[in-house]
Design a protein. Structure first.
Length: 377
């Protein structure tokens, strides 16, 4: 030490001081950059209040979808112990800025009453599954196969096993006058099938229309105690791609593929004021397909009961609505707005060429020879 001059010591100390301040500055700038990125990814803050209502401090296209998701979750009366987990999941969901919703361009993804319209690219299937799967839900699925329509059951069930509510408990209720012709299809674990015998008819209009009555009475007798949600589907159809928990909601309807590009004066609503299904020319939201209704069991129960009563009232006045129960469904949904609307991806028709908005066909009616399968023409 005695050979080191004091000025050398001063130079070494200076170097250490310089290096120290350099590392400090670098550390701070890293922190600043990191917190900037963090803010960019979290442009919204929210909190779950006691009633699971989410409070947001900013709005965007995504807010619609997000608030409706929360609305449905609130309806499920999530347990308080679940709230912390939901807070996390909802945040992650909210951070998911889907390209289609964010741009709000080629399709409208929300109704004027702020219900989501479910299109491919507007949701994250894995995230939504992560919310609903822990709830241990059972989904009832009703399907009518009366007369020759029993021939459609095999494809319907086999494709449902591949694509429909996979990973959920599903209870199929098959209504038929030919129980012995119901095919045996291998069902995955947690999925069951009940066959319920119903009378045949020599009028297809009656078979189609009586579905509401039978759904109503079967919910009263059986389904109410066995399921949380219900979907009522046409049997002459096949699943082609994922149909999952993104479709769950309090009251769910599907936009008919034949009318999603039409203005409402072109919708085939019942136009005769004498019918209880009557919709004037200047009213109506969408033309909903009768091949799918869904929602909470109790909400679908009320829908079926009201439509059945109105159908019978019309029959008493010797009037049958233009498209039987589909006309009554459309009148009901005009007064009782669905909480979720499925795009025509969830109800396509095989004879119809795919359009550019429809990225995925999930469920589609097969081409059938009406004269061959119906009891009357
Ligand atoms: C339309 C609707 C259908 C219903 C009907 C009203 C779409 C795509 N389809 O279909 O949901 O509203 O118009 O009249 O929106 N069925 C039998 N046996 C029969 C006849 C019918 O089981 O002999 C059942 C079967 O489940 C069938 C459903 O009723 O899927 C509807 O009948 P449809 O498919 O013949 O009616 P369609 O194709 O005109």
């Amino acid at each position: 030490m005695r050979f080191i001059k004091p000025y050398v010591l001063l130079v070494i100390a200076g170097i250490f001081l310089l290096l120290g301040s350099f590392f400090c500055a670098a550390g701070n700038s890293n922190e600043t950059r990191h917190s900037h990125e963090f803010n960019e990814n979290q442009p919204f803050s929210f909190s779950l209040a006691q009633d699971n209502v989410v409070q947001l401090n900013e709005t965007s296209c995504n807010t619609f979808e997000f608030s409706i998701l929360c609305f449905d979750l609130a309806n499920l009366h999530c347990l308080t112990s679940e709230r912390q987990r939901l807070r996390h999941v909802l945040y992650v969901y909210f951070s998911f800025f889907s390209e289609r919703l964010n741009r709000c361009t080629d399709v409208v993804a929300v109704t004027p009453w702020l219900a989501p319209i479910v299109w491919e690219g507007t949701f994250d299937a894995v995230l939504i599954d992560n919310i609903y799967k822990p709830m241990n839900l059972t989904v009832a699925t009703t399907v009518f196969a009366v007369g020759k329509y029993v021939r459609f059951l095999q494809d319907f069930l086999e494709t449902a096993e591949k694509h429909f509510m996979v990973g959920f408990h599903v209870r199929y209720y098959v209504f038929t006058d030919r129980p012995h012709d119901v095919p045996s299809v291998n069902l995955s674990q947690g999925r069951h099938l009940s066959v319920i015998q119903v009378p045949g008819s020599n009028r297809w209009q009656e078979i189609s229309a009586r579905r509401m009555e039978i759904i109503q009475t079967t919910i009263e007798r059986q389904i109410r105690g066995e399921a949380d949600y219900i979907f009522c589907l046409d049997v002459d159809s096949k699943f082609h791609a994922h149909w999952g928990s993104e479709s769950l909601g309090r009251l769910v309807a599907v936009i008919h593929p034949g009318y999603y590009e039409q203005t409402r004066d072109r919708f085939p609503y019942e136009r005769r004021p004498a019918s209880t299904a009557y919709i004037p020319m200047d009213e109506g939201d969408y033309y909903y397909g009768g091949a799918m209704i869904g929602g909470f069991v109790e909400d679908v129960y009320t829908l079926a009961k009201v439509c059945r009563t109105r159908f019978e009232e019309d029959a008493g006045n010797s009037i049958e609505a233009a498209w039987q129960e589909e006309s009554h469904l459309n009148r009901y949904l005009l007064d009782n707005k669905p909480s979720k609307v499925l795009s025509p991806e969830y109800l396509w028709q095989d004879f119809k060429a795919k359009t550019k908005e429809v990225k995925v066909i999930r469920f589609s009616g097969v081409i059938k020879n009406y004269a061959d399968v119906r009891p009357n023409v």
